[in-house]
Design a protein around this ligand. Sequence first.
Ligand SMILES: C[S@@+](CC[C@H](N)C(=O)[O-])C[C@H]1O[C@@H](n2cnc3c(N)ncnc32)[C@H](O)[C@@H]1O
Length: 288
Amino acid sequence: MNKEKIPDAYEKDLMLSKILNVSREYILARKNILRLNSLQQKKFDQMIERRKKQEPLAYILEEKEFFGLTFAVTSATLIPRPETELLVEKILSLPQNFFNRKTAIIDVGTGSGNIIVSLAKNFLAREKNLPIFFYGVDISKASLAIAQKNARQYKIAEKIKFAKSDLLKHFFRAQENFSPLPDSLLIVANLPYLSKKIYEKTPLSVKKYEPKIALMSQKFGLKHYQRLFKEISQIKIKYEFSSIKIFLEFSPEQKKRMEIATRKEFPLAEISFQKDLSEKWRILQINI
Ligand SMILES: C[S@@+](CC[C@H](N)C(=O)[O-])C[C@H]1O[C@@H](n2cnc3c(N)ncnc32)[C@H](O)[C@@H]1O
């Protein structure tokens, strides 16, 4: 039987701050004198009921913090996870001279756009005229609409091109996507990587509410990355990039399989793995 999830005081404060459109600090300071009108009370009760059924708080609040920014999320998008911030951190800490050449950064499986919006916002804050072109692709139209909304919220919508594509297939087919042609290519991807077995064991809050298309992949969770590697191999032959870097998030038990899949497609590439804050293997970087 599924247990009820009783919202704690912190969650209730966040619900109230959403309903009243004020900060959590405002709610905390006025807790004892706070009065809700009937409409606000109704909204609050509905939020509590949804939470009791284990719906993730982010869907109820329609937003989630990621890399110090607030992202709109809906049931069509995965809720950004803290471990994914590592991908952003790693790319932002690349040596500045890597970006002296024209570089395209493509976020494959952009979801709410949390990765590419965080990257674009931080790079543009460093220097307005860096020759970086930002792209986000996803197979889900509904996700792309949310990603665009998030880019608009941070006033960088004109700096990021979003496109519907099955991995990179349609993106590269539409040549006009790639103009001007960059010298370097940086692919970042947090694609679906849960094996069927692990997906089946995820809690109800994930299985019932988050999109399966964002989470599960065939072949021990590796199918999406294997396909992506093949596509990058073909792109590498077609375009003469001076450098290709790939940054991926994966599930800790896949480390060996990820290494084999990478070696199979890019035998000469430099590869390195990194653990997340809970000491679990999580990030793969490939320099081709
Ligand atoms: C794990 S979610 C990651 C979302 C977001 N990038 C993040 O880090 O929170 C995977 C995303 O990949 C997208 N996706 C799944 N299959 C895809 C495919 N074949 N081509 C492009 N995107 C795909 C899903 O729609 C989903 O948005």
